[in-house]
Design a binder for this molecule. Structure first.
Ligand SMILES: [Zn+2]
Length: 148
């Protein structure tokens, strides 16, 4: 997995055009579903209640679908009613990056994987305690590892 990440980074480092068909984006297109690609590489949003994980209550770890980093634990997942998987905080040590997103005339905070730059979703300040944060994440950006 570490080798894979290294290759991915080397590939994207060379590419000057994000949307170009350099090796890494071609590889990703083949490996990911079209929804996973649209969400993680083009900052898309899956329709509410359409994803694999919004209603999943199993115990385990949600990982970045692109690079496999641990991002959110099921112990911080809560039912937000939004139709997207929602967490009140990232797991310890998760490489979460947050950026201002001013698309669509709104100011929101975009959440990305700090390791591979995949778009994950947005974070809103209306979550439950103890953090008050609501990480609203696309199922398509996540892979689930069930706890044993
Ligand atoms: Zn990632």
């Amino acid at each position: 997995m570490i080798d894979f990440v290294r290759r991915l980074r080397a590939g994207s480092g060379k590419a000057s055009n994000q949307m170009g068909d350099d090796g890494s984006s071609k590889e990703l297109k083949e490996r990911l579903t079209s929804t996973q690609y649209e969400v993680t590489q083009r900052a898309g949003t899956e329709p509410a209640f359409s994803g694999e994980f919004w209603n999943l209550k199993d115990e385990g770890m949600y990982k970045c679908v692109v690079c496999g980093e641990d991002l959110f634990g099921s112990d911080t997942k809560f039912d937000s009613g939004s139709g997207w998987p929602s967490f009140y905080k990232p797991t310890e040590g998760a490489p979460i990056a947050e950026e201002d997103d001013r698309k669509f005339g709104m100011v929101r905070t975009e959440v990305k994987c700090g390791k591979c730059d995949a778009h994950l979703g947005h974070v809103f300040p209306d979550g439950p305690q103890p953090t008050g944060q609501r990480y609203c994440i696309n199922s398509a950006a996540l892979a689930f590892d069930e706890a044993e």
